[in-house]
Design a protein around this ligand. Structure first.
Ligand SMILES: [Zn+2]
Length: 311
């Protein structure tokens, strides 16, 4: 049975070596990257991640007209290699609602074509990603553009699955994206939100109360509050955890005892493991399951494995 990947960022999910091969370019390893002084807030791992994207990903890859298709190809190849059977991955919904139809459709058609050619057997599900620091109004208009495209393209309608909210957690209050989430709900889309990666358990609870997501990306900091864990367990909210990402970005001390994921498990909160950004963190779902083995019994690991294959 294959993995169900719930939390991946499409263009950042290929293996670095494969991306380098496809673009005939060198990409510095994120894990040893130190942002030049003054260019990123060293307190936040997201600042470091954004600095790497700004310094390398954008200037080296985004200059190519077909960069989205090539990055998608690397991502789908990596998913297949790890034994993923259902791949839910996000990319930015867009910032410019007035972008030309030609440019807009080119990216979506490129993704559909790569999927059909590279991994037709892989069930691909697209989540439209919303960036907290960017105008919610413009992104809402872009969402409506995607929904209109799905009405005329059955192939795109089949791939379009959900939405995801991400980027620096305190860049906007969840209230700013309420209309986006309502529109997505009315369109039958699955709703996910990045929260509790760096933020507090109370921020997780507040975001869930305001946006009513189906799933949370990360949410690892819920481990710090038995109350919030109970709230999530009672609600049946799924956390799509990515411990390798947390470790590499310094989002959480994972050497503490008991392990935060142990607390989440013991509280009865449903969770999966996910790769987040394989290009940066280099850890697949299989790798991360291995990372958890010292903290769980064989029987519990079997249960976590099954959850990663069935949720
Ligand atoms: Zn993420």
């Amino acid at each position: 049975m294959g993995w169900h990947e719930h939390h991946a960022h499409l263009f950042l999910s290929g293996a670095r070596e494969r991306v380098e091969e496809l673009f005939a370019a060198h990409l510095p390893d994120f894990q040893t990257f130190e942002p030049p002084q003054g260019t990123a807030d060293p307190q936040t791992g997201i600042g470091r991640l954004n600095a790497w994207i700004r310094n390398f990903f954008v200037p080296i890859l985004v200059q190519y007209p077909d960069w989205t298709a090539l990055c998608t190809q690397a991502a789908l190849e990596q998913a297949v290699k790890d034994g993923v059977s259902r791949f839910e991955a996000s990319f930015n919904v867009g910032r410019d609602p007035d972008v030309s139809e030609e440019k807009f459709e080119k990216v979506l058609c490129g993704i559909m074509q790569v999927h059909a050619q590279t991994a037709p057997e892989l069930e691909l599900r697209i989540d439209l990603g919303f960036e907290r620091p960017i105008s919610p109004e413009n992104q809402l208009l872009c969402l409506k553009k995607h929904l209109r495209f799905a009405e005329k393209s059955p192939q795109w309608a089949k791939l379009l699955y959900g939405i995801d909210l991400y980027d620096v957690e305190d860049a906007a209050e969840p209230e700013a994206f309420r209309e986006v989430f309502e529109t997505a709900r009315n369109a039958g889309l699955r709703r996910k939100v990045h929260v509790g990666e760096f933020g507090t358990p109370e921020e997780i609870r507040h975001t869930v109360e305001v946006l009513e997501p189906d799933e949370i990306q990360h949410g690892i900091h819920a481990a710090g509050s038995p109350d919030v864990l109970k709230f999530l367990a009672d609600r049946g909210t799924i956390l799509n955890l990515a411990p390798a990402s947390n470790r590499i970005l310094g989002a959480m001390d994972l050497s503490q005892k008991p392990h935060p994921i142990r607390k989440i498990f013991d509280a009865g909160v449903r969770f999966t493991l996910s790769s987040d950004d394989f290009l940066l963190f280099g850890a697949s779902i299989s790798d991360q399951l291995k990372e958890l083995t010292p903290w769980f019994s064989d029987l519990e690991i079997t249960q976590i494995r099954q959850n990663c294959q069935t949720f």
